[in-house]
Write a new protein. Sequence first.
Length: 113
Amino acid sequence: MTTVIINKNQDIIKLNLSDIYYIRTHPEKPHYVQVITADTNYDVIDKLKNWEINFSEDLARCHRNCLVNISQIREVRFQEKELILGNSGQYRVKFSRRRYGYLRELLLNKGDA
């Protein structure tokens, strides 16, 4: 099980990578990413590219501003261009048309493992 260390203010939080649904560039704060989990959202000073490089086995880029946890994907809706994440499908993330083939192949190959 892979763990992620997040620095939040004066606190250090140890988080399981499997608990993360997706990571996106922060909509309001430049130079921040937002880590979305079931419990809470974490604002972290970092680049999305660093997450993609360090956790390429578990995270996949679905859009230029978002990475998704591959193990959390429950459904891919091509017409709406969105991924359904979470056990009950509570999270919806848009993907780009350009990334569809990559995501499809990734999910099909990950299912064989």
